[in-house]
Design a protein around this ligand. Structure first.
Ligand code: CDP
Length: 228
């Protein structure tokens, strides 16, 4: 199928805790599109490695786990091998483990097919680090969502406290900075805006304002496409 005939994709990439999850989810809901939380796939692969006693540096073994990841997404819940791991997978230590295995090229390759399979009618909102650069380079609208470290640490703090997890601001800022550095410095699919991506700084925007802006960009992209 040619790129143009494929179902439309809106890619939303950006650093940790930039609000991508909330915003991407709401955009998908408004449009009636599918939603891919690609970070969850890295988190689930990391969790699977931890459960199977696989070292986070064992690239071959983790890629093998990723290739047959027994995951399921259903009504806001995430399952790994039939267990509901919705809350467990969001824990900060799993996020850190995910960012460690995400630097491994074979692990990234192992997860490509699964990510691409989310592209179904009538369209997809894909949230991650390399959605617009690597996985869906033909996305109709590419967005790079960002925010200051302080704004992101505040959001992550609230998220963790709401879920009843312990959180400490100082540790969170350090963790975010380390994770940003690891995501941007890696050679395999480093975090960076895709060519043509709209850069949206959400430090001073509410989630709904960001959603509104992305929906307007998408509507414009559709108009531009039909004018071709
Ligand atoms: O919630 P947060 O933004 O912290 O993380 P996430 O989106 O759940 O992703 C967890 C980790 O997976 C990130 O820190 C990235 O290192 C990695 N990741 C990636 O490398 N590529 C993606 N497309 C998505 C996530």
């Amino acid at each position: 199928m040619s790129g143009l005939l494929k179902f439309p994709v809106i890619s939303i990439d950006g650093p940790t805790a930039s609000g991508k999850g909330t915003v991407a989810h709401r955009v998908a809901k408004q449009l009636g599109f599918h939603y891919l939380d690609s970070g969850a796939l890295y988190r689930l692969t990391a969790l699977s490695a931890l459960r199977n006693g696989v070292a986070l540096s064992d690239e071959q073994a983790i890629a093998a786990l990723g290739r047959v990841l027994p995951c399921r997404f259903d009504k806001g819940h995430v399952y790994l091998a039939g267990d509901d791991v919705t809350d467990e997978v969001r824990q900060e230590e799993i996020g850190v483990a995910a960012s460690k295995i995400a630097v491994l090229p074979l692990v990234r390759k192992a997860l490509v097919e699964l990510q691409v399979s989310f592209r179904q009618a009538p369209g997809l909102v894909a949230d991650g680090r390399d959605m617009g650069t690597v996985i869906f380079p033909d996305a109709l609208q590419k967005v790079f969502l960002t925010a200051s470290v302080e704004a992101r640490a505040n959001r992550r703090y609230k998220q963790l406290i709401e879920k009843g997890f312990p959180a400490n601001m100082e540790d969170l800022v350090k963790d975010l900075e380390e994770r940003d550095a690891r995501d941007m410095a890696r050679t395999a699919a480093p975090l960076k805006p895709a060519p043509g991506a709209f850069i949206l700084d959400t430090s001073h925007l509410t989630a709904n304002e960001a959603v509104h802006q992305i929906l307007s960009l998408y509507a414009q992209a559709l108009r531009n496409q039909s004018a071709i």
